[in-house]
Design a protein around this ligand. Structure first.
Ligand code: NAP
Length: 240
């Protein structure tokens, strides 16, 4: 079946990996949301060529989110899959986190998913079909030292997803969470080589993840029909 898929924060990193994997299926139309990474978004569109659109919107801005979703629904009539991937991270001791840091973290990683989900949900309920995938983190499951605000936002995404899965199941809308371990993207640029080596040593599969590892999980969750309210954690066994 032809699917219309919106991926937030998708010009680079994990989001880009998801778009590259899902675009292998010619039946998918993918909307690549970006905010700052315009040149990467244009380059991705040129690389993939067909069945892809790029759309600039700041997912922390409810008006921009609604404009984006309305544009997609007016043009394609529906949104089948929403992937809330946009996010930021920050490493800081708890006492150094400012109110601004806290609000930024919650708004980009959690409130953004509230905005996008509210924007798409009437259409999904009307179609009695929908798949929502929220990209959380292992730190949302087990807590990350010096990432309290990030962990809180990512744990919030898990709670939101489980509750929504219960509320929307009868409308045939599945809501699941992917909680990746350490993935090789710009988000981890600040990690030293030594820290990455330590993570590899602590990981049973002996490596850190790649965007494709998350993208394969996303693809499976889209195709599946009986999984909802679950947290799936591709992390190489780092957290078991
Ligand atoms: P990344 O390369 O830094 O990408 C982050 C993405 O989020 C960018 O595409 C960015 O878009 C987008 N974004 C940030 N703020 C936005 C906003 N206000 N509006 C729209 N888009 C926004 O990091 P990544 O590793 O791919 O992260 C993707 C997701 O995976 C995040 O939710 C992250 O928390 C999660 N995650 C990552 C890891 C990891 O180890 N890398 C592990 C667990 C979970 P622009 O550049 O266009 O602004």
């Amino acid at each position: 079946m032809k699917k219309v898929i919106l991926v937030t924060g998708a010009a680079k990193g994990i989001g880009r990996g998801i778009v590259e994997e899902l675009s292998k299926n010619d039946e998918n139309t993918i909307i690549v949301n970006y905010n700052k990474s315009k040149s990467e978004a244009i380059e991705l569109k040129e690389k993939i060529g067909k069945n892809i659109e790029i759309y600039k919107a700041d997912v922390t801005d409810n008006v921009e989110v609604n404009n984006m979703v309305n544009y997609i629904i007016n043009k394609y009539g529906k949104i089948d899959v929403l992937i809330n991937n946009a996010g930021i991270s920050q490493i800081k001791m708890f006492n150094d986190i400012t109110e601004e840091d806290w609000n930024n973290m919650i708004s980009t990683n959690l409130t953004s998913a509230f905005f996008t989900t509210q924007a798409v949900i009437d259409n999904m309920i009307h179609n009695k079909n929908g798949c929502i995938i929220n990209i959380s983190s292992i730190w949302g499951m087990v807590g990350g030292s010096c990432e309290v605000h990030y962990s809180a936002a990512k744990a919030g995404l898990i709670g939101m997803s489980k509750a929504l899965a219960k509320e929307l199941g009868l409308s045939n809308i599945r809501v699941n969470v992917i909680a990746p371990g350490d993935i090789d993207t710009d988000m981890n640029n600040s990690l030293s080589k030594e820290s990455i080596e330590i993570i590899k040593e602590e990981t049973p599969l002996g490596r850190i993840g790649r965007p494709i590892d998350i993208a394969r999980c996303v693809k499976w969750l889209i195709e599946d029909e009986f999984t909802t309210g679950q947290v799936i954690s591709p992390n190489g066994g780092w957290v078991i």
